[in-house]
Design a protein around this ligand. Structure first.
Ligand SMILES: [Zn+2]
Length: 326
């Protein structure tokens, strides 16, 4: 499916499809709103030449002057945040959220590494996974200053009034932008149409799946006629998609229950028995990055079940082992 570089999806609101070579996501949607006074760009692409070239060319085609352009980043992932410093000028506001910022700060990779090792991720594979993790390779290169937004904050651009809705789950600080008059929502990776957002639990103490479910419920009843997601196609039926995503995770929880029947194992092992929509013959052939996302997803479901009292865990050596409880 050939996609145009720039597509006007609503009056003065454009989608730029920024390619992500080698990623199963294929591309990321950057949305550009041309305003009378100021422009707003929502999400950017990874900090790598293939993304930069396309985004900058699109902005040129749209005649976007960086001096009067602000940015909003839906969440911390490198495919959304990576190019902020390339697009922003000294006069740009870069809107972001604090919970995700805390993530990007400090020794995040060490923290992730510790949790992953406990989850049973083999040490050598882990080292490679962290090295190759896009968050490690394609994040913004220089420090940029953010303006933090919270629930209810409004952004105005191109005649649109965009309301911030905190939707933690995919990341702790993920924010959707809702336009009530025109009934559209920009969802980042909270709700995607063609693929299932990755819900990982690499952070200690963050029950991502539980947050994710309530963040889906939170936007379910909004009057929405068009969804502008962070990846792939735009779509219209938000309610239907939310139902599908909830069913997907219900099936996943059921799958984990079956895998743990009479067994005790770590999250990495659980992931190896789950079904994944990836082009690989066996778990061992999965690219390391995909193993990382899969094991993180398994861990999210295990943590959710543990907090519900369905699963019990215990430390065994370096690892945490899970079994059905109750
Ligand atoms: Zn993401």
């Amino acid at each position: 499916m050939e996609e145009k570089l720039v597509e006007e999806v609503l009056p003065r609101l454009y989608r730029v499809s920024v390619p992500l070579p080698g990623s199963p996501l294929k591309s990321v949607n950057s949305y550009v709103i041309k305003g009378e006074d100021r422009n707003l760009i929502i999400d950017t692409g990874m900090n790598r030449p293939e993304c930069k070239e396309v985004l900058l060319e699109a902005l040129k085609q749209l005649d976007i002057d960086p001096e009067i352009t602000d940015l909003f980043i839906t969440h911390v992932h490198a495919d959304h945040l990576g190019l902020v410093h390339e697009v922003a000028s000294l006069h740009s506001y870069i809107y972001f959220n604090l919970p995700d910022m805390e993530l990007a700060r400090g020794d995040i990779w060490k923290r992730l590494g510790r949790v992953a090792a406990k989850g049973g991720f083999p040490v050598e594979t882990l080292r490679r996974a962290l090295e190759r993790h896009p968050g490690n390779r394609y994040s913004p290169s220089s420090g940029v200053e953010f303006t933090y937004l919270v629930e209810g904050n409004m952004l105005e651009a191109g005649g649109y009034s965009l309301q911030c809705l905190e939707t933690p789950g995919h990341t702790p600080g993920s924010i959707c932008l809702y336009e009530a008059d025109h009934q559209f929502i920009i969802t980042g990776d909270h709700v995607l149409g063609d693929i299932t957002p990755n819900i990982s639990a690499w952070l200690d103490g963050f029950n991502s799946l539980k947050h994710y479910f309530s963040s889906l419920d939170k936007i379910y009843n909004l009057p929405v006629r068009l969804v502008l997601p962070g990846h792939r196609s735009l779509f219209t039926d938000l309610k239907k998609r939310i139902k599908e995503l909830k069913e997907h995770h219900a099936r996943r929880l059921e799958e984990v229950r079956e895998i743990l029947e009479g067994e005790e194992m770590d999250a990495y092992q659980v992931a190896s028995f789950m079904s994944w929509d990836i082009d690989a013959v066996s778990w061992n052939e999965f690219p390391v990055a995909q193993q990382w996302f899969a094991a993180g997803e398994a861990l999210a479901h295990l943590k959710y079940m543990e907090e519900n009292g369905e699963v019990e865990s215990r430390e065994s050596g370096e690892k945490i082992l899970y079994r059905l409880g109750g």
